[in-house]
Each structure stands twice: as structure tokens, then as C-alpha cells.
Design a protein around this ligand. Structure first.
Ligand code: SF4
Ligand code: SF4
Length: 187
């Protein structure tokens, strides 16, 4: 099993519902600042490029890399690739050394000041949702169906179906991380 996220940039209307829902579900809607990324405490980073023709939106989150630098540098085994293919954190093993934050080429871990521990997609609430057979919250709230989540090894999963029908990029694929966050840029 290799669970993966897909974001269809060509469908996204930039409403930010996924970002707000992640904040609500995983961080109790706190308006405390995210000291690493700025803005809300959430696991999705919203980046806007102000190009001359039109603004360009990129939503980035943990890529659940198959060859994850955050996992290989972790001295305690707190960061690991689970059997479902997701990169997860065992907080009880984490010593807050921040090696993983430094190693992540995407900058997709942020530091929670109260605990001194790194946070990222996916947090406990979404992991509980998966156990209950539900989708991550960002996928369920998207009004434009711009998000999908599923098993790359299952040809019938929503992610696999959408990958067959779209022009797809993976971010920083040249880093050798084998990211499992797919960005659909057109058809
Ligand atoms: S995106 Fe960063 S935090 Fe996520 S698995 Fe890859 S290296 Fe680790
Ligand atoms: S909820 Fe969907 S449409 Fe809105 S910003 Fe997120 S991905 Fe884009």
C-alpha cells in the first residue's frame, strides 16, 4: 500500500477551505501563529507567486516521500515510513532535535512552540479519520473536488484514476525523494 495525496491545481479555486479545515480538525481552530511558516497552524502551506499575467497559487504539504530525508536523519526512529506508505511521527520518541526539519527539502515540518516538537501532514485527527475509513479532512471539505487521497497500488483508487487522466508534476522530483504529492496542472 502506498497512500498518496493529489491536488488538482487546474480545479482549485483558491478558497482556502482545506487550509482552514486542517487548522480546525488538527489544531482546534487555534488562531495562535505558526512560528515557522507564519499564518495559521495547519499542515498545508499556501504560496502565492505574483506573476505579471495572473497570481499563481501553490498548495504544498508533506509529500510523504518514499525516500524521505526526514526519516533517514532521525536519530531515534521517531520519524518513520508506516506500512501504509505515509511518513508519520511517534511523538513519544521525538527529542526535538529538529534534524528532520532541516533535512526536509520542502520545508514541510513546522515547530510547535508549546511542545518543541515538529508537526506536519498528517496529524492525529486525520490519522484517526483514516482508521475509521474516512478521507483526510482537506479532501472532504474541498468544494471544487481539487483534492484526492488514496492508494497508488490500487488502480481503482481515486488518486490512481486521476493520475491516468491528467498532466501531473511532482515537486522537487530531482531531489530523489520520490514524493507522493501529485500536482495536476492540466489535462
Ligand atoms: S516532504 Fe519533508 S517531511 Fe514530508 S516525507 Fe518528505 S522529507 Fe519528510
Ligand atoms: S479547498 Fe479545494 S479549492 Fe479550496 S483551496 Fe483547497 S484545494 Fe483549492
Amino acid at each position: 500500500m502506498r497512500l498518496a495525496h493529489l491536488w488538482d491545481q487546474s480545479k482549485c479555486i483558491g478558497c482556502g477551505a482545506c487550509v482552514a479545515a486542517c487548522n480546525a480538525a488538527n489544531y482546534e481552530s487555534t488562531d495562535a501563529p505558526n512560528p515557522t511558516w507564519g499564518g495559521l497552524r495547519t499542515n498545508i502551506l499556501r504560496i502565492t507567486f505574483d506573476l505579471e499575467a495572473k497570481p499563481y497559487l501553490l498548495l504544498v504539504q508533506c509529500q510523504h516521500c518514499e525516500n524521505a530525508p526526514c526519516v533517514s536523519v532521525c536519530p531515534t526512529g521517531a520519524s518513520y515510513v508506516d506500512g501504509d506508505g505515509l511518513v508519520k511521527i511517534k511523538p513519544e520518541l521525538c527529542i526535538g532535535c529538529k534534524y528532520c526539519m532541516t533535512a526536509c527539502p520542502y520545508g514541510m515540518r513546522w515547530l510547535e512552540p508549546e511542545t518543541g516538537l515538529p508537526r506536519k501532514c498528517m496529524s492525529e485527527e486525520c490519522l484517526d479519520r483514516l482508521k475509521a475509513g474516512l478521507q483526510p479532512v482537506c479532501v472532504t471539505v474541498c468544494p471544487a473536488s481539487a483534492r484526492a487521497f488514496g492508494d497508488l497500488d490500487d488502480p481503482g483508487s481515486e488518486v490512481s484514476k486521476r493520475l491516468r487522466g491528467g498532466r501531473v508534476i511532482r515537486l522537487l522530483a530531482n531531489k530523489g525523494t520520490r514524493p507522493k504529492y501529485f500536482v495536476v496542472v492540466g489535462r
